[in-house]
Every structure is written in structure tokens, then in C-alpha cells.
Design a protein around this ligand. Structure first.
Ligand code: XMP
Length: 322
């Protein structure tokens, strides 16, 4: 691999910021650049570096795919506003749900339903309309490594869907954090003055809640997993775990509510101990915590009659369900 990692112990965050801002400014020249902000630490750092480098000539978009957590788009745009960075929220949820209609195969869901709609449809249109010539991307060193190793399809890079952006749309891609792994990205985030809520943000998958809906992803089914997600995040925020999440199952099971039979939904809770998400073990949560999760999810999420906890490790389990 020709890209050289800058490890955390070798990183001088301020020097890195200055060097990358200069590189971005040089490359963009007098043109416009564009980037998509998801609220994760990678895209947040790229947004700040870009704004340091070229200010308003970087157009930053938050693409509302209808699959985010409660209030997420407004919250993230608000954090950046406080930092003096304008983020435009683009509602593209119709396009995503249309592409996801009837799709149940996990890979197809990710590829056709999310990645392709994001890049080919929504983002490509924004790039064309904005007149930008440069695209800033938050690809990090782990993404590069996982792709090279064939472990996973590249998370965010164009090549994965066979697009040469220069050829297809006439723009260049800059990847300012390509040499950093997550801990180094978090150190740069702090040095850039990003709030702890961003610098320490737990991982969240690119396909968002669609990675946690088994079977068809509809607005209604996303709303269910979104409510369960809020409860799991509230209850496990102090757990110190690497990541915690709720999954909506496809199978229905028999339950009983107010003395009547209710054929209802099942939510699976997962909570992980991990360093790098490559391997992970389930957190030994106190049983009282699990019971509280069971009580709250069945009481607060309509139609849910069963709550389970995943006790398998990764591998062979995965962190997400899809
Ligand atoms: P898995 O499910 O493969 O997840 O064990 C490993 C880690 O990666 C996150 N994840 C993603 N992140 N785009 C991302 O940027 C994705 O498509 C994606 N899928 C999974 C997951 O949340 C976990 O931290």
C-alpha cells in the first residue's frame, strides 16, 4: 500500500491541520469545492479543514436520507452553525425510500438502496448544480486498508461503484484524512475545536438505520427502529461500550398485551466491546439494565412484544445486522 499512515504518536495535530488546509487551498485554487457531512467524526473533520482552507467556497451538505436518528440532521447543522460553518440540509428521503422499496437482500440494500442513490443520484446532482470542481471526502486509513484486504467494500470511495469522478463529472476528489486512523482523526477533531460530542462520537454506519432493519426498509419500519435506538442510546450512554444499537427483526412473534393476543415485532439489542470494530465481544451488561431496556422498548415502541440481547461475538457475528 503506497499510502503511509500517520500514527497517533507521530501526529502533530496543529501541523497536520495547517498542512492539509494549505493542500486543500492549493488544489482548489479559485474554484468551488463540495462535501457531504454525515455528522460522524471523519466528515466533520474534513468539513472543518475545508472551511479553514477555503471558507465559503466549500459548500457543505447534510443529506437527509430519512434513515438518520431522531433530530440528527438539525442537531448536526446546529453544532456547525455554532462554529460558523453553514450546512445545507437536503431532503432526499423520497429517493432513498423509492430505491429501497421491496429490497430485502442485505447487499442489494446497501448498494442499490443507499450507496448508489447517495452518489449517483443525490450527490452527483448536487455536485453538478453547485458547479464545484473539487470534492472533499472523509476516507480514512482503515477504509483504505479494509478495501486493500478485501475485508469489506470500500466504505466511502467512488471506485467501489465504478465511478471515475474526473471522467464522469469532471471533478477531482481530495481525501485529507487518508493517512489517519480513528484515534488520530479524533485528536485532529479536538485540535480543530469540534465539540466532544463530535470528537468522541460513537461509530454509526453509512447506511444509517437501514443497516439495522432486517427485511424491507420502509418509513414505518425505520420509525420503529429509530424509537428503539433512542431508548438504547439513552440507557447505554454511560456503559462505556464501543457501540450499542437496536435492530428490527423481520419475523413477528406472539405476545400478549392487556390480556389480548398480540402478534408483534421483535427488537434485538446489541452492545459491543471493541477497539477497532474488526473484532468485538458483547458487553456484560447488568441484568437490571437489560430488563429496563425490555420494559421501556415494549412500552414505548408501538407493536414490539419481544426484546432480545445478542450474546455472540464478532466474528462470526457483525456489529450491524445488515
Ligand atoms: P460491521 O457490521 O461490519 O461494522 O461489524 C463494523 C463497523 O463499521 C460500521 N459500519 C459502517 N460504517 N459505512 C460506514 O461508514 C458502512 O457502510 C458501515 N457498515 C458498518 C459499524 O457501525 C461498525 O462500527
Amino acid at each position: 500500500m503506497s499510502i503511509e499512515e500517520i500514527t497517533l504518536d507521530k501526529l502533530d495535530p496543529q501541523a497536520f491541520i495547517a498542512a492539509q488546509a494549505e493542500a486543500i487551498a492549493d488544489s482548489v485554487g479559485g474554484e468551488l469545492a463540495i462535501n457531504a457531512l454525515s455528522g460522524g467524526v471523519d466528515s466533520a473533520v474534513v468539513t472543518m479543514l475545508g472551511h479553514r482552507a477555503i471558507g465559503e467556497r466549500l459548500k457543505t451538505y447534510f443529506i437527509e436520507n430519512g434513515l438518520m436518528r431522531e433530530g440528527e440532521s438539525e442537531q448536526i447543522a446546529g453544532w456547525f452553525k455554532a462554529l460558523g460553518v453553514r450546512v445545507e440540509i437536503v431532503d432526499a428521503s423520497e429517493s432513498f425510500f423509492a430505491a429501497l422499496k421491496g429490497v430485502t437482500d442485505p447487499e442489494e440494500k446497501r448498494e442499490k438502496g443507499i450507496t448508489q442513490v447517495f452518489y449517483k443520484d443525490v450527490f452527483a446532482r448536487l455536485v453538478r448544480e453547485s458547479g464545484a470542481r473539487v470534492l472533499l471526502q472523509g476516507t480514512n486509513y482503515t477504509d483504505v486498508e479494509e478495501t486493500a484486504a478485501g475485508v469489506k467494500r470500500q466504505h466511502n470511495v467512488f471506485e467501489q461503484i465504478g465511478i471515475d469522478p474526473e471522467e464522469a463529472f469532471g471533478y477531482r476528489v481530495l481525501e485529507p484524512i487518508l493517512q489517519l486512523r480513528k484515534p488520530a482523526v479524533r485528536a485532529v477533531a479536538r485540535a480543530l475545536g469540534l465539540p466532544e460530542a463530535i470528537a468522541e462520537r460513537p461509530p454509526f454506519p453509512g447506511p444509517a438505520l437501514a443497516a439495522r432493519v432486517i427485511g424491507e426498509v420502509t418509513r414505518e419500519r425505520v420509525a420503529i427502529v429509530r424509537k428503539a435506538t433512542r431508548i438504547v442510546e439513552e440507557e447505554l450512554a454511560g456503559s462505556g461500550a464501543f457501540q450499542y444499537l437496536a435492530i428490527l427483526h423481520e419475523d413477528m412473534v406472539t405476545g400478549i398485551r392487556e390480556s389480548r393476543r398480540e402478534f408483534g415485532r421483535q427488537i434485538e439489542v446489541r452492545c459491543w466491546e471493541s477497539e477497532d470494530a474488526v473484532t468485538a465481544t458483547p458487553t456484560e451488561l447488568p441484568f437490571a439494565t437489560l430488563r429496563r431496556l425490555g420494559d421501556r422498548i415494549t412500552a414505548e415502541v408501538p407493536g414490539v412484544v419481544s426484546v432480545t440481547y445478542n450474546v455472540a461475538a464478532k466474528p462470526p457475528s457483525c456489529i450491524e445486522a445488515v
